[in-house]
Design a protein around this ligand. Structure first.
Ligand SMILES: Cc1ncc(COP(=O)(O)O)c(C=O)c1O
Length: 423
């Protein structure tokens, strides 16, 4: 392993984004590889939240709406737009990813009259499929959901997508980066394939926003949803966002009419009049406290720039993959992510029968070694997320070294096989 530690030091010295690490509450003795699940807290967030609670809420009370809060969602939308390659009036910030997907899928199925097929893939995140199943059960009983089956559990071929789409297809919805394997669809190609068949596409960007260089406008993306608690570092349960391309907005109806989707909510008009812009996808009062917490993370990403971030993410990921192939595959691990970096988001999944207990041993060492936090996804995946704002190359080498030790000493046997609630 020694030469890997040397290589890591060289890479860390050359790292142009190294200065961003200081912006986070990194804890000594901790290697955090779970930024793909819950990002680290930017230090600025703590000060911002203290100030917001004590001053804006505590002292300004209701006046806070006019002074600060009414303009917050649109300001955040403009920043997210920059991050994902869209226009500021194409992004709505609020609600959860699941709810935003529900709103958009409902809108598409209503707009695409005569088309009754919904297509997704079996690498998609479960909540996305639940939302679609629920829509069919409760509202669109004539529709059916067809799932493209991954051949290897890791990736999906574009020809498979092409085969399943036809003139009956209303909607294609996919995770841009798959939550388990990190497989990344080619957004431009897939949009084109779908559009040729007249289908509209909703992308789930939860594992992509802030992790890969997105170009929603340039790839002619129709719609998207995504969360902000992963690579955007917005905090647990932070508000999600949705994107609708400008020319589609008039065609799509929010299934939940509410006052924040009204053109002039503070007229208190008793008849609903839908907002004539992206605000129409609003749903009730924005959750200001959690929304505000998202801004420092967004500012850091925009300051670093998505192309530099993706470049470092690719380097971290390639370095980890190289070590896994050389050091862990001989011990019985297999790689559960695409080998091609262009097809991989910003995490890497590795498989081993004892993955769950190894993951526990990494998180709860008893030999004084560093706490390392990746995560576990059933049945046997350890996911390691690379957050280029704060991860260092040396941490990658330390992680592989630690996994080797756990295997060689059978340290994982300290743990039972019963799973914790959140893994
Ligand atoms: C791809 C993807 N979509 C959706 C979600 C969950 O969405 P939410 O809890 O914001 O509704 C997750 C959570 O990890 C996810 O990874």
């Amino acid at each position: 392993m020694q030469h890997y530690f040397e290589k890591a030091r060289t890479l860390d010295q050359a790292d142009k984004l190294a200065r961003f690490r200081k912006a986070f509450a990194n804890q000594a003795h901790l290697i955090y590889l779970d930024g793909n699940s819950l990002g680290q807290m930017p230090l600025a967030t703590k000060d911002l939240m203290n100030q917001l609670v004590a001053e804006q809420w505590g002292k300004r009370l209701i006046r806070g709406w006019n002074e600060h809060w009414m303009e917050l969602p649109a300001r955040l939308a403009a920043k997210i737009a920059q991050l994902v390659g869209a226009q500021k009036d194409e992004i709505f910030v609020g609600d959860s990813t699941s709810l935003n997907l529900y709103k958009l899928a409902f809108a598409v199925l209503s707009a695409q009259k005569g088309r009754t097929k919904i297509v997704s893939d079996d690498l998609n995140f479960p909540t996305d499929l639940y939302v679609l199943q629920g829509l069919i059960q409760q509202q669109f009983q004539q529709h059916r959901l067809e799932l493209i089956q991954s051949q290897d559990g890791i990736s999906i071929g574009e020809e498979q997508i092409e085969q399943l789409l036809d003139e009956e297809t209303a909607l294609l919805t996919l995770s841009h980066v798959a939550f388990k394997s990190a497989f990344m669809h080619d957004m431009k190609n897939v949009n084109q394939i779908a559009h040729e068949k007249g289908a509209l596409v909703i992308w789930d960007l939860s594992h992509a926003a802030g992790a890969v260089d997105l170009a929603l406008n340039a790839t002619n993306a129709d719609m998207a949803v995504g969360c902000t608690y992963k690579y955007i570092n917005g905090g647990p349960g932070a508000s999600a966002f949705l994107y609708v391309r400008k020319d589609l907005q008039a065609r799509l109806i929010n299934p939940v009419a509410s006052w924040f989707g009204h053109n002039r909510p503070f007229d208190f008009d008793l008849r609903f009049q839908e907002a004539d812009d992206i605000r129409k996808f609003g749903l009730g009062t924005p959750n200001i406290l959690s929304m505000a917490a998202m801004e420092p993370g967004l500012d850091l990403l925009l300051d670093a720039g998505m192309s530099a971030l993706r470049q470092k993410s690719e380097q971290l990921s390639a370095f980890m993959l190289e070590m896994v192939q050389k050091e862990l595959v001989p011990l019985g691990f297999s790689i559960a992510s695409p080998i091609q970096i262009a097809q991989r988001g910003s995490h890497l999944s590795i498989q081993y029968p004892e993955a769950y207990r190894i993951n526990r041993a990494m998180i709860e060492p008893n030999d004084g070694s560093k706490t390392i936090i990746p995560d576990f996804r059933p049945p046997d995946n350890i996911r390691m997320g690379f957050a280029p704002l704060y991860n260092r190359f040396e941490e990658m080498a330390e992680t592989v070294q630690r996994i080797k030790t756990i295997i060689q000493t059978n340290e994982f046997e300290r743990f039972g096989k019963e799973k914790l609630t959140v893994t």
